[in-house]
Design a protein around this ligand. Structure first.
Ligand code: ZN
Length: 272
């Protein structure tokens, strides 16, 4: 199946992570991957990827608004059944594009606030998703650290068969994400520790939504700073959930086996 990674602007190391994402998508044996790179600055009017040639679009993009025609083409692609995967800071993009925010369900920064939608987190005692409409910012994180990721929908194909709790490599733990969250399923969360400037809540890390006929997988994981080791994306938990999320986005199922190096609850597992 043909897949497209979109990049070109991102306050992260997109030049390093796009080849990494491409390699791991192709390693599934399911995808042939091309890349569409937007201009780094200036006139965006010529940026018009032919989305409908693909089954899957992965966004590694966080930057200037796309031209209206490109936005419309992307909406049609997903509405008509195209798969979409949003990686980490791709959920910072496009705070003022309503359809995009429906697709990602939740986003952060870019002026997001209660006007963007509820702050969504997981209430562990009641074992349910809370949609908090109280005023507040949308998007924050403390210093990077290793943290466990906990499955909340163990029957969902993307996470079925994975350990219920696995240690993620050093990453930014996004908190207080906000958005329309209309068709949102929270697959996995991480506890945002107040000792790490966190919220004291279980924050969504892996999510799905639908938009028209299209399925969306949203991973908030995967920080990769410029001139830093991209540990968060080298994490086997990141790689495997990304690969499984991509397959689910195009087909609604997952045929991939869980690899032997998948992390357990105590120790992160990295592939260099
Ligand atoms: Zn980041």
């Amino acid at each position: 199946m043909k897949a497209l990674i979109v990049d070109g602007q991102n306050n992260h190391d997109w030049k390093g992570t796009t080849p990494h994402l491409k390699k791991h998508l192709e390693a599934t044996g399911l995808f042939e991957v091309e890349v569409a790179t937007a201009p780094e600055k200036g006139d965006m009017s010529a940026f018009k990827p032919a989305f409908k040639k693909y089954k899957l679009v992965v966004s590694n993009y966080n930057g200037a608004d796309w031209p209206k025609e490109t936005q419309t083409a992307f909406e049609e692609f997903v509405r008509n059944g195209g798969g979409f995967v949003s990686v980490h800071a791709a959920n910072n993009s496009f705070p003022d594009w309503p359809s995009y925010n429906q697709m990602i369900g939740l986003g952060g920064w870019g002026g997001r606030s209660e006007k963007s939608g509820p702050y969504v987190y997981w209430e562990a005692k009641a074992a349910k998703v809370i949609r908090d409409i109280a005023p507040g910012r949308g998007g924050s994180h403390g210093p990077q650290h290793e943290f466990p990721v906990e499955t909340r929908e163990p029957g969902h194909p993307i996470v079925a068969g994975l350990p219920l709790k696995w240690m993620h490599a050093k990453d930014e733990l996004y908190d207080r994400l906000r958005g329309p969250a209309e068709k949102l399923t929270v697959l996995a969360t991480a506890f945002s520790d107040p000792q790490k400037s966190g919220t004291g809540r279980h924050e969504p890390m892996l999510m799905t939504t639908t938009f028209g006929e299209g399925r969306v997988f949203h991973t908030a994981l995967g920080h990769a700073g410029r001139n830093a080791k991209p540990e968060a994306q080298q994490c086997v938990g990141f790689i495997v959930t990304f690969q499984r999320g991509a397959e689910w986005a195009v087909s609604g199922k997952v045929t991939q086996k869980v690899p032997a190096d998948f992390p357990g609850s105590e120790k992160a597992s990295l592939r260099e």
